[in-house]
Write a protein that binds this ligand. Structure first.
Ligand SMILES: *[C@@H]1O[C@H](CO)[C@@H](O)[C@H](O)[C@H]1NC(C)=O
Ligand SMILES: *[C@@H]1O[C@H](CO)[C@@H](O)[C@H](O)[C@H]1NC(C)=O
Length: 284
């Protein structure tokens, strides 16, 4: 009795092993760009190995929605499905791979794409693989600071403007003076430009600076534009502003020297005039 049960068990185990071996169709590689630019189509490809199995279909999904189906026994074999927020542009297959071209939606989002490869009936075995895609557009250039004078008098207020390059999501802007973060006033938050094709936006933030009378020397003003992607991308620009008080002092010094020279000249003129008067008086 036990022997028979054992034998049956063994048979079942070897049958399962055999099934696992024979049904070794698999997805060898799913390629989904981790970052996709909303202005360009993104290419997804799914590579598979069928071994002795017969291919029934290859499908791509975005989240739970089917966007592509390849069914070699149907006409046409390839079908594309547009979704409301994604345009499926193209699809192609070879004996061991399928690719699909999608236009990512122009909003900063993370989406999950799945490739599903199934075998012919009666088994209809399914292999699946999933990858994430982030829709982002990185800024191409550093932010620009405008309104920064080369030289500044203490106590004189100035308004600096930092504007970032276009990006998706838009950059957040931070200001630093000599490495100290400047907390934004209520009316000096990061502002956004209208959207460009692909949903990209420029952002800018104004900083009001007023240097106390006691400060002089070089001021390091830095503007940082951060795109909160995963991982974040930071670009920055620094302007050096010279605070004026030293220059004022040297101007005062040169003025007083001028006054001294003038005094000397008056003294000399007086001496000459006196000399003239005396000689005139003598010659009389
Ligand atoms: C998807 O939408 C685009 C643009 O609207 C269109 O050109 C294309 O034919 C559509 N594809 C399908 C499969 O409906
Ligand atoms: C700051 O610069 C942006 C352009 O980058 C401009 O649109 C905005 O009007 C400027 N803001 C101020 C207050 O100058």
């Amino acid at each position: 009795m036990d022997k028979i049960a054992e034998k049956i068990n063994m048979k079942i185990i070897s049958l399962i092993t055999l099934c696992a071996l024979t049904s070794a169709h698999e997805i060898t590689q799913l390629q989904v760009p981790l970052y996709a630019d909303p202005r360009r189509p993104a290419l997804l490809s799914c590579h598979f190995r069928m071994d002795d199995q017969k291919l029934h279909s290859v499908k791509f999904y975005r989240e739970m929605n089917e966007i592509f189906r390849y069914n070699p026994s149907q006409k046409p074999p390839i079908r594309l499905f547009n979704l409301t927020d994604i345009m499926v542009q193209d699809g192609e297959c070879t004996a061991d791979s399928c690719m699909v071209k999608v236009m990512p939606p122009p909003v900063a989002t993370m989406a999950v794409y799945t490739c599903e490869v199934s075998t012919e009936g009666p088994k209809f075995q399914i292999a699946r693989q999933t990858k994430h895609m982030n829709v982002v557009a990185m800024p191409q250039s550093d932010p620009v600071i405008s309104g920064a004078p080369k030289v500044l008098k203490p106590g004189e207020p100035i308004f600096l403007n930092c504007s970032s390059d276009y990006s998706l999501p838009p950059s957040n802007i931070n200001w630093y003076i000599d490495d100290e973060l400047q907390k934004p006033d209520v009316w000096q938050r990061t502002e956004l430009s209208p959207m460009q094709p692909g949903g990209l936006q420029k952002s800018w933030r104004v900083l009001r600076v007023r240097i106390p009378q006691t400060v002089s020397g070089a001021l390091r003003v830095r503007c940082e534009a951060i795109v909160k992607s995963e991982p974040p991308v930071v670009k920055d620009t620094t302007s050096i502003i010279t605070v004026h008080s030293r220059t004022q002092l040297s101007k005062y010094v040169s003025n007083s020297r001028g006054v001294k020279l003038a005094t000397n000249a008056i003294f000399l003129v007086t001496v000459l005039w006196t000399f003239n008067e005396i000689s005139r008086f003598m010659s009389l």
